[in-house]
Structure formats: C-alpha cells, structure tokens
Design a protein. Structure first.
Length: 286
C-alpha cells in the first residue's frame, strides 16, 4: 500500500460541526490555492464522533477525499491526553496548527485547527460561497422551492451550548432578551419570524410560537439544507454560532439586515467576535 498522494498534498483534518467544517474547508482551500499544493480532506475524525458527520460532503468530489485505504495509514493527530502530535505515524505527515501566526505549509502537512483566526476571517470566501449557492439552487429546485424566500429568520442554538460545560463556558447560551432586542431593532415581533433551531420544544415555549413557525432537525434532510434555507432570508438574527455565521455569509448582500450577538465568545472582549463589520451587533447581556 502506498501513501504517495497525501505526501505530495495538504491534508485537512476535518472535524466538528457543519459551521466549523465550512471554516476549515474555506481556509484550507485558500491555503492550497496560495501555495499551489493540492488539498485532500480526511474524514477520519467522524469515525469517533457519534454526534457529527461530514456535513460538507456534497461540496466535495471523490478525488478531494482520502480513500479509506489512505485513512488507515494516516494515523491519529491527538494523544490520549488531548494534546496534538508533531508528526503522524505511520504516514509520516507533519502536523501544522492552522490558527497559529505565520502559517507556512508544505507538501505532506496535516492541517489541524479551525481556521478562525483574524487572518483567515479576512480571506475572501467567494469560492466556498459559490459552492454553497450552487448546491442550494440544486436542492431547492429538486424540492420545488427555487423561488422560496423567508422574510425574517432567527437561529436559536441550544444542544451543546447548554449541555456541555466546555461549550457553555466558551459561548454561553443566548436568552430571549437578545432576540427581543434584535426583533425590536428590525421592527418585528416573534410572530413575524421563522425560527431555525436544534431545540423545537424550547423555542415553542420560550417564544410562544406554533410548531409550523419552526424549522427543526427533522424538518430538513440535512444540516446543510437547513443552513442554506436560512440563507434565503431578508432579515436574519443569528446566534454566536458558525452555523448561522455561514448562513449570513451566503446571504451576503441579498440580506437586508443581519443581527449578531455583540459578544461572541463568553468572557472575551467584543473585538474577538467573528461577526462581519457590516452586521448589526445587538447586546446579548441579560
């Protein structure tokens, strides 16, 4: 068995939820273009992640993925204590941390990280947005929803932001006051909004809206389709989540207004926010 192709390429260690995967794919693709080194994506992390799958799969062609035979030779980039390795065995790839300053990748590098540093946030997202829009038009055409557009949407992120100590300490969870302030800024109320959420029962109770005003996990075939439906809104109230960040990024100039939490990372300065400068920052204090 040979491992020649990955040693001549950049290999992206894809991990996390859909929004994080999109940031990784965007950053790695830009690095590949800048360096002239081909990019291949590894799916191996999802073999151990029971909560997530490779949500960006529809955006990739088979040659852009490691084969399963190559995955077997790749190796695992994390030690048992959670620290990353410097080199993978048996493949011999060098681990490169993508969010550290002065990134310089060479063929045979495994790209590890989330590509959410200021440098990567400033890279044009045109290539990934074009892929997302093409997929959006195809699946909406297949479902007969080509011209469908929401007026106002709000993304309510719960799950790990509530249940995970690590995620909650990093992001917190947005309460009703944030959404009411955003709705007031837009001159609308909860009854005027389609809610996208991973916790339908919470949204029903918290905002007193009917079930048919909510798009939950079972209402779309995939998370990617839910994200792209969100991107068709005129006004968006997003969470401090990379999932709705990408929905707003795809919407671009087609969205009249995007409201975002002023504080993205809990207990960090507002300047560390991932929010675009053109978005409207709304206080997310209680």
């Amino acid at each position: 068995m040979t491992f020649g192709r990955p040693r001549k390429s950049l290999v992206l260690w894809l991990q996390g939820g859909l929004g994080n995967q999109l940031f990784q794919l965007h950053g790695a693709n830009a690095l590949s273009i800048d360096s002239g080194i081909p990019l291949i994506v590894s799916r191996a992390s999802f073999l151990r992640d029971r909560l997530r799958d490779i949500g960006v799969a529809p955006l990739l062609n088979p040659p852009e993925l490691l084969t399963w035979s190559e995955e077997l030779v790749l190796g695992w980039p994390y030690r048992r204590n959670g620290q990353s390795r410097g080199r993978l065995m048996p493949s011999g790839l060098d681990v490169v941390h993508v969010d550290e300053p002065g990134l310089a990748a060479a063929p045979g590098a495994l790209l590890l990280g989330f590509f959410q540093s200021p440098h990567n946030l400033n890279r044009p997202t045109d290539a990934i947005v074009a892929k997302l829009k093409a997929f959006r038009e195809n699946f909406m055409k297949d479902d007969g929803r080509t011209h469908h557009k929401f007026g106002n949407i709000a993304h309510v992120r719960r799950t790990d932001y509530v249940s995970s100590t690590v995620a909650n300490s990093r992001f917190g969870s947005l309460g009703r006051p944030y959404y009411e302030r955003a709705f007031a800024h837009l001159g609308i109320g909860a009854k005027d909004v389609v809610f996208f959420t991973d916790d339908v029962q919470f949204v029903q109770a918290e905002f007193d809206v009917p079930r048919d005003q909510i798009v939950g996990p079972r209402d779309t075939k995939t998370d990617l389709e839910a994200l792209l439906l969100m991107s068709k809104a005129s006004n968006m109230v997003i969470a401090n989540s990379t999932f709705s960040w990408w929905a707003a990024e795809v919407a671009g100039a087609d969205a009249t207004a995007v409201c975002t939490p002023r504080t993205w990372f809990r207990n960090e300065a507002d300047a560390t926010s991932l929010a675009r400068s053109r978005w409207i920052r709304i206080s997310n204090g209680q």
